[in-house]
Design a protein around this ligand. Structure first.
Ligand code: NAD
Length: 340
């Protein structure tokens, strides 16, 4: 272990305090006090210090948890399968390191396919369907327990209340995960109206979407024109032998077939080079999209390989968020000043 000076201890403590404050404002209040890029840089700095000084790691460090605890004004619901966050890569070197890591765990995996999806900046929802009917919509929460926001979810028009299960009647229990979000146009309109009404403005579309879904009045949610892309399908009552999909691409196709919107820019790659090209292509093209996206999500296509790799305490090992990094700045947002 490295010897530690007082400066390091102080910095770690300061970083924790700032990150906790920012995280609470972001996840619980839906009212961020610093920009995401600043948060990410401070988080990385803390991770790095904890890596070099492991004696400083504490269970309550922001690096040790997925997200804030769910708000108390909704019923708490346990996720059947944890709804974890994603590990981040901010450049190609980190992407390559991720591939090397998972390959070490599954060296015999042979021919590799990755699916790239756009990382839409919204909030993750877990939807449960029993016999084809939507019975529950839950936020990610802390990944283990989410908030029951079913009444608000029902107002999102692109989320089917009843699935199209023609020929698939054995799918008695279907769980779908995806991203709820607001288009940039709708977000600007909402803020314009809030400004006229003298109300607090939302910081960004993600915030506005989260604020809309985590308030108690479904009428407000209904007016806000939320959108949703589905990206994960779980079939808990289907035995392995009967699994009707063997890879993620087929899951996405099935999601579409049963009634969900799936983002059309999904892309199947047979090498990491193809992933890198796709990432570089979107670096500029992302600004032409009608919604915010902050990176790609790269997922291993084979579901059996996904299962073999499993999860860390916080992330799936078979997926990574490949983010675009913005310029670094010093920021003063609300009442805290942060030097990065
Ligand atoms: P994340 O946003 O980095 O990535 C995980 C999320 O990506 C998933 O939960 C899901 O909602 C989303 N996603 C979008 N498209 C997806 C797809 N196709 N497949 C799978 N998932 C997809 O992780 P997070 O834990 O939600 O948030 C952490 C990030 O939030 C930080 O990196 C930071 O930028 C931001 N944050 C900011 C502040 C702040 O104060 N500004 C505070 C806390 C967190």
């Amino acid at each position: 272990m490295k010897s530690m000076c007082l400066e390091v201890k102080k910095r770690v403590s300061k970083l924790r305090q700032l990150l906790q404050q920012a995280s609470y404002a972001y996840y619980v209040l839906d009212n961020p006090i610093i920009e995401d890029i600043i948060y990410d840089n401070l988080y990385r700095e803390l991770q790095n210090l904890e890596f070099h000084y492991p004696q400083l790691v504490t269970a309550d460090s922001p690096t040790q948890r997925v997200a804030e605890k769910p708000a108390t004004h909704f019923n708490s619901i346990y996720h059947n399968v944890p709804l974890y966050s994603l590990e981040n890569a901010f450049n190609i070197k980190e992407l390559k390191a991720w591939e090397e890591r998972w390959l070490r765990q599954a060296p015999e995996s042979g021919f590799i396919e990755y699916i790239c999806e756009l990382k839409i900046d919204g909030l993750a929802l877990a939807l449960t369907y029993k016999n084809g009917i939507l019975v529950r919509g839950v936020t990610r929460g802390d990944g283990i327990i989410g908030e029951d926001i079913t009444n608000n979810v029902r107002t999102i028009r692109v989320i089917p209340l009843r699935l199209n299960l023609e020929g698939l009647e054995n799918l008695e229990h279907v769980e779908v995960r995806g991203e709820a979000f607001l288009s940039i146009d709708v977000f600007e309109k909402i803020n314009h109206e809030r400004e006229k009404a003298g109300e607090r403005l939302f910081a960004n579309p993600r915030n506005a979407a989260a604020g809309t879904l985590r308030q108690l009045n479904p009428k407000i949610a209904a007016q806000r024109k939320l959108d949703f892309f589905a990206y994960t399908l779980h079939l808990p009552n289907i035995n392995e032998e009967e699994q009707i999909v063997s890879n993620h691409w087929q899951s996405l196709e099935l999601l579409q077939k049963i009634g969900f919107k799936v983002n059309s820019y999904k892309y199947l790659c047979t090498s990491l080079e193809e992933v890198i090209n796709y990432y570089q292509q979107w670096d500029t093209e992302r600004f032409n999209l009608p919604y915010m996206m902050d990176g790609l999500v790269v997922k291993i296509n084979s579901l059996s390989l996904q299962k073999q790799l499993g999860f860390t305490q916080k992330f799936p090992r078979w997926a990574i968020a490949l983010k675009y990094s913005a310029e670094q700045t010093t920021t003063m947002v609300k009442n805290i000043t942060i030097n990065v």
